[in-house]
Design a protein around this ligand. Structure first.
Ligand code: UDP
Length: 399
C-alpha cells in the first residue's frame, strides 16, 4: 500500500491548498505534538486521528498518538459521563469519580508526556491533566455536543477543563461560558482512505454479496455505532413506515467500539427487534470497504441522530454522491443543506416521508448527491481540517 502523503491530495483539492498546508506547517517543524484518545477503532475520533496523525507527520510536524488504557469499569463510567454531557441524568457518585480519576492517574504514570503540546480527545482522558506536571500547552478537543449538559457532570468536569489552555469544539453553538480560549474546528473525512476512495461497481457488488445484501431493490442504510443517540430504533420505524409506500431494503452497519460498553446491548436489542424481517440487515462487522460499498450502493444514507457532535457519516455518503437524510441536530446541520443535498428531519414520520420522496424520484436524488459531493469538497475534507489545526497550534507553538 502506498504511504499516505499530502502530495497525493493534490489531485483532489488542487496544489494551492496542499502548498498552503506545507507552508503553515513549516513554522511547527521540529515541534513534537501528541494526541491522546481511548480507541484506535470504532467511531469518529479514531476515524479522524487515523488520517490526521499521518498527515501531520508528513507535513513535517512530529505527531504522536497515544491511547488511554482503561478497565471495563472505567469505560462504563466514561460512557455515562459522555451521555450526561449530552444531557442524560447521572448519579454522580464518589465511586464513579474515583474510578474515573484513578484510571487517568494510572495512565499518567506511564504516558511520559514531554511533548511541546498535548491534545486530549473527549472525556475519557480529560482528567489526565490533574495528574500531569503540565509544562506545555494542553488542548481539550471535545467531539460531542455539550450545549445542554447535565449540570452536575458539567460542574465536575469543568474543573478539569479549566486547567487546559484551550478547548476545541466542532460547532459554534457548543462553546460554553468559560474563561479559557475556545475554538471551532470542524472535523472532516479522508477522501483517499479505504472507506472513501473510489471503488468499482464490481467491487461494490462483491462486498455486498459477501455480506448477504441483495441488490434487487433500492437499499437505504445507516452506518453508526450502536448507540441510542444514533436512534437506530427510530430508523427501523421510519423504514417500516416508508415501506408501506415504496419497496426497499434497510442495512444497519454498526461497530462496537472498545470504549463504548453500551454497544453490545443495543446490538442485541436490535437483533431481537428485526428477527423475522428479511429486508432489514444488521451487520456488526468492522470493514472500511464494506462501509464504502454500502454508502455507494445506497439510494440514500441516513443518520437519524437525536444528538450528534458532527456526524462524519453524512460527509462520507455525500462525498460518494449519495443524498442523505439526517437528524436535525448538531453537526449534521452544517453538512446537510435542506432540500439541496438531503433533508433534515425532526421525527420518524418526517424521516419516512423523505425516504419515500427520494426513492420515488431518483433524478432528484442523483442531483442532490452531486451537489453534496461539491459541498464536501469545499468544506469537509481532511486538507481543510489539517490547515485549521496547524493555524490553531501556531498560536501556541510557532517559532
Ligand atoms: N463507522 C464504521 N463502521 C461502523 C460504524 C461506524 O466504520 O460499523 C465509522 C463511520 O464510517 C464514521 C465513524 O465511524 O467514519 C463514525 O463517526 P461519526 O462522527 O458519524 O459518529 P461518532 O461515532 O463519532 O459518534
Amino acid at each position: 500500500m502506498t504511504k499516505k502523503t499530502l502530495d497525493r491530495y493534490r489531485d483532489v483539492v488542487g496544489d494551492k491548498i496542499v502548498d498552503e498546508i506545507y507552508n503553515s506547517a513549516s513554522s511547527l517543524s521540529e515541534k513534537h505534538i501528541v494526541h491522546i484518545n481511548s480507541t484506535y477503532q470504532g467511531g469518529g475520533v479514531a476515524e479522524i486521528l487515523e488520517t490526521l496523525v499521518l498527515l501531520m507527520n508528513d507535513a513535517g510536524v512530529n505527531t504522536g498518538w497515544r491511547l488511554l488504557h482503561g478497565s471495563p469499569d472505567f469505560f462504563r463510567v466514561t460512557k455515562k459521563f459522555h451521555n450526561a454531557l449530552q444531557g442524560d441524568d447521572i448519579r454522580l457518585s464518589r465511586m464513579k469519580k474515583r474510578v474515573y480519576e484513578m484510571g487517568n492517574e494510572n495512565n499518567s504514570v506511564f504516558l511520559h508526556l514531554d511533548h511541546d503540546a498535548v491534545i486530549v480527545h473527549d472525556t475519557q482522558p480529560l482528567s489526565l491533566i490533574k495528574f500531569e506536571r503540565k509544562a506545555q500547552p494542553w488542548i481539550w478537543r471535545c467531539h460531542i455536543d455539550i450545549s445542554t449538559p447535565n449540570k452536575e457532570i458539567w460542574a465536575y468536569l469543568k474543573e478539569f477543563i479549566l486547567k487546559y489552555d484551550a478547548m476545541v469544539v466542532s460547532m459554534e453553538e457548543y462553546k460554553r461560558d468559560l474563561p479559557i480560549k475556545q475554538e471551532v474546528i470542524m472535523p472532516a473525512i479522508d477522501p483517499l482512505s479505504p472507506k472513501n476512495q473510489e471503488i468499482s461497481t464490481s467491487k461494490i457488488s462483491k462486498y455486498l454479496s459477501k455480506f448477504g445484501i441483495e441488490q434487487d431493490k433500492p437499499i437505504i442504510s445507516q452506518v453508526s455505532r450502536f448507540d441510542k443517540w444514533k436512534d437506530p430504533e427510530g430508523v427501523i420505524r421510519a423504514y417500516e413506515l416508508a415501506r408501506k409506500d415504496v419497496d426497499c431494503r434497510l442495512v444497519l452497519i454498526g461497530s462496537i467500539a472498545s470504549d463504548d460498553p453500551e454497544g453490545q446491548s443495543m446490538y442485541d436489542r436490535l437483533s431481537k427487534r428485526i428477527e423475522k424481517k428479511r429486508d432489514i440487515i444488521l451487520i456488526s462487522h468492522e470493514s472500511d470497504i464494506l462501509v464504502n460499498a454500502i454508502q455507494r450502493a445506497s439510494s440514500l444514507v441516513l443518520q437519524k441522530s437525536i444528538k450528534e457532535g458532527f456526524g462524519l457519516t453524512m460527509s462520507e455518503a455525500l462525498w460518494k454522491g449519495t443524498p442523505v437524510i439526517g437528524g436535525n441536530v448538531g453537526g449534521i446541520r452544517t453538512q446537510v443543506i435542506e432540500g439541496i443535498n438531503g433533508y433534515l428531519v425532526n421525527n420518524v414520520e418526517e424521516c419516512a416521508d423523505r425516504i419515500v420522496k427520494l426513492l420515488k424520484d431518483p433524478k432528484l436524488a442523483n442531483e442532490m448527491g452531486k451537489k453534496g459531493k461539491e459541498h464536501v469538497r469545499e468544506n469537509f475534507l481532511v486538507t481543510r481540517h489539517l490547515l485549521d489545526w496547524f493555524e490553531f497550534l501556531k498560536q501556541y507553538l510557532a517559532k
